[in-house]
Design a protein around this ligand. Structure first.
Ligand SMILES: [Zn+2]
Length: 142
């Protein structure tokens, strides 16, 4: 059972190919190490709050505007606008945070001696050309 789980690439690791490159027992630790600096970053909390604030103002205004044009029975739809705004801002925040976690994961893999292209995540093991074949980024030679 344990043997199987260490070789198997689960759905989580499939959407995070960076994690598939380390042992299953190590994935959680590596993911946490990549996530921690994002959680501690004032910049990301600021971005998350600013996105929520902008979305709330914009969607409340849009909801009020929309309600003006709608027939009486459909006007209550404007009460959904803040929820839609919160959802979209939340989705954008999750996407931004995931991009940063991927960036951090690639730096951590490089630190562990698993050469990885930081912009695109391509496995650069055995690469001698000095450029990523996937995205063309020049690789820093250690
Ligand atoms: Zn690349």
């Amino acid at each position: 059972m344990k043997e199987q789980s260490s070789s198997r690439v689960g759905p989580f690791a499939r959407s995070w190919p960076e994690l598939a490159r380390v042992d299953a027992s190590d994935r959680r630790k590596l993911y946490r190490a990549a996530f921690r600096p994002v959680l501690r970053s004032w910049r990301y909390w600021g971005i998350a709050l600013a996105l929520q604030a902008v979305a709330q103002v914009a969607f409340r205004m849009a909801g009020a505007e929309l309600a003006y044009w709608l027939p009486d029975y459909a006007r209550e739809i404007r009460f959904l606008a803040p929820a839609v705004g919160a959802g979209i801002a939340g989705g954008v925040t999750v996407w931004l945070v995931q991009q940063r976690i991927k960036h951090n994961l690639r730096l951590l893999l490089n630190k562990r001696g698993l050469p990885t292209c930081v912009p695109c995540g391509y496995d650069l093991t055995g690469n001698v050309s000095g450029a990523c074949p996937e995205c063309g980024t020049t690789i820093e030679q250690p």
